[in-house]
Write a protein that binds this ligand. Structure first.
Ligand SMILES: Nc1nc2c(ncn2[C@@H]2O[C@H](COP(=O)(O)OP(=O)(O)O)[C@@H](O)[C@H]2O)c(=O)[nH]1
Ligand SMILES: [Mg+2]
Ligand SMILES: [Zn+2]
Length: 364
């Protein structure tokens, strides 16, 4: 498969820094002999990865060892590549430690397989004027973005469709909790300069948001050509269109790296509760005044959060969403625990089988 076939744009950075490589990576890579190449994953399709290297984009698989360990590189990962052009063989043999990781909290036992993007600096939470603009959805995305370790920025696209673009931003302000809100139009270009400060060379930005909000349009404008197809369709409507279902990292002309997320229909909360405090700092602060230190702000007496809701200081819907997201996290955590128990049981069964077999072999 050529990069063109997979919809991946060929990109050939001339220094490692240009694809986000830092001092930390140099340290981690130091012990590899010279036949190993450093690289960054720009695209993954099941068992084939595109790796940006200084020698161009290499399309390859992972080593048996990584497979056995269940360590699958994600888009944005910095990897070590064993590359032998003479014999035509190559494989990704290691994944360097991740600075941040953005996970999809969907069902699935293999948690390493759920990483959507790695080593992201900034998450653009893209929403749009019209029906997508929903404070509750923004809260969910904020919690996920904060949990990833990256810095979120809220983008309100399609400002050209709104009579009053400022009113759109004002509607989101109560849930933004200090996160920047930028109103723009990817179509007309209006307001695009506002995102420049986040597009520094070597930094990595991931686009998340519902289908149809204009993520690919935004990316195309920044790329200056039509690399990403723009469709208002959902991923399961367009099986034939590979370009819309491939998650890719692009090197923008301005030097930043950007990951589009086609077909990311829904992002679950996963087990990461780490983003909740930063998303709901108002609730966190009020909770200090609750009578019980483990108050869940449901029906406990002396709940300062409930009192604030009654006084109209916090929207009822905001507290409800807080509860919904917390329940979702608890559910995922339970599921993960059950999964772990199951995996452990399976492992012991395998060991038992193995012992029986070797035992048989020893018998005279
Ligand atoms: N009016 C308007 N339409 C836009 C804007 N940005 C994107 N669109 C349209 O919204 C639709 C979905 O855009 P797309 O980039 O494919 O969304 P994605 O699913 O988030 O990647 C397309 O028809 C775009 O032309 C904008 O700023 N203004
Ligand atoms: Mg798209
Ligand atoms: Zn409380």
């Amino acid at each position: 498969m050529t990069p063109e076939d997979s919809g991946c744009a060929p990109a050939h950075p001339s220094t490692l820094e240009q694809f986000g490589w830092t001092e930390e990576h140099t340290k981690a890579f130091r012990n590899y002999p010279e036949q190993y190449l450093p690289g960054r994953i720009s695209c993954r399709q099941k068992t084939v990865w595109d790796v940006l290297t200084l020698k161009g984009t290499v399309t390859t698989g992972i080593s048996g060892a990584l497979k056995k360990l269940g360590r699958f590189p994600a888009v944005g990962d910095f990897v070590v590549l064993l590359h032998q052009p003479e014999s035509g063989s190559s494989a990704i043999v290691d994944i360097l430690p991740r600075r941040t990781q953005f996970t999809r909290g969907a069902a699935g036992r293999d948690s390493t397989d759920q990483v959507i993007a790695a080593n992201v600096d900034t998450v653009f939470i893209v929403t749009a004027a019209g029906q997508d603009l929903n404070a509750r959805r923004v809260e969910r995305y904020l919690a996920i973005a904060h949990a990833s370790g990256a810095r979120p920025v809220i983008i309100i696209n399609k400002a050209d469709l709104a009579d009053d673009a400022q009113a759109l931003a004002d509607a989101i302000l109560p849930v933004a909790a200090g996160v920047p809100i930028i109103t723009l139009s990817a179509k007309s270009g209006e307001g695009m300069r506002e995102i420049d400060p986040y597009l520094t060379p070597g930094s990595t930005i991931v686009l998340i948001g519902s289908s149809g909000v204009g993520k690919s349009t935004l990316m195309n404008r920044l790329l200056g050509n039509n690399v990403q197809d723009t469709f208002a369709t959902r991923e399961d409507d367009d099986h034939g269109r590979h370009t819309t279902t491939v998650r890719q990292l692009f090197v923008l002309p301005c030097g930043a790296l950007m990951i589009d997320n086609p077909g990311l229909r829904e992002v679950g909360m996963g087990t990461a509760s780490g983003g909740m405090d930063e998303t709901f700092p108002d609730i966190l602060e009020l909770a200090e005044g609750c009578r019980f230190s483990d108050c869940r702000h449901e029906n406990e007496p002396g709940c300062a959060v409930k009192a604030a809701v009654e006084r109209g200081e916090i929207a009822v819907a905001r507290l409800e969403n807080y509860h919904r997201l917390m329940r979702e996290i608890a559910f995922e955590q339970d599921k993960k625990e059950i999964g772990l128990v199951r995996t452990e049981r399976k492992r012991w069964k395998e060991i038992g089988k193995l012992q029986k077999e070797t035992g048989k072999g020893r018998r005279p």
